[in-house]
Design a protein around this ligand. Sequence first.
Ligand SMILES: [Zn+2]
Length: 283
Amino acid sequence: MTHPQRPTPPADAAQRRAVRPTIVYEVEQLPAFDAEFYERARTGMTLVSETIVPRREGRTIRVPKGHLFRIVSVEGPQVGDLNLWNAADLTERFFSGKTRALHATHVTTGDRLWSTLPSLRPMATITHDTLAWYGYDADGGGVHDVIGTRCDPYTNQLLKGVPYHHCCHSNLTRALATTTGLPLSEAEPLVHDVLNVFMCTGFTHDTHQYFMKASPVRPGDFIEFFAEIDLLAGLSACPGGDCGSSHSDDVAPCYPLKVEVFAPRPESLVGWTSWARNSYVHP
Ligand SMILES: [Zn+2]
């Protein structure tokens, strides 16, 4: 990629660059992650459903509020693209950008997945992540990003000039249409930027371009969420497989993903209430 030449820096460029950064949001004001509560909810929970998301396909899963769900690696390293909707109102959906701004470029245990404006509330809380050990590597890569969007056929058409029909965007669109009975044209605008489950990504140190590298996920690894509201989850087993080489084609080895839904012991939720929508109202 070529860029126009940069102008000569001003005389005080070094001073301007040296000002100290400020964390944008005062996240310590957010309601704290109550580790004890979530641990209690996980303890003794019962498996109530299992869904296999076939490779290069998408599926939806309903998760009642107060239940937990896991995305599990099976058979081989595989990345999943996750969408979340309020099961009762599909216009309220996962807000990848605000989740990134509130937490970080990559999320793990203790982080929340926030919903779009005007609701802006936690849809789910990450209660366990077997890849939490990964942190950030020497390339600046981390796991489970909220910086990518989802592979889609339009970008692929733009860059490669070829149609491909099993991008995560298309898989999620078809899965949502199947579940809701909506025509594809109405389901498609409801598909949104994802949580890239198990994907290892970052920005290059020099040009700050989005990169991916082979996911460290192995069969048996999982990420687990507590549903803070009634959820409809959509998951695509990305055609990029472990996303170590290509995507948006059938070249990479791909594997299914498993989604498990668990019911907690009712007594473990005593005192817990689902999150209300954000209380701000326009004047
Ligand atoms: Zn994908």
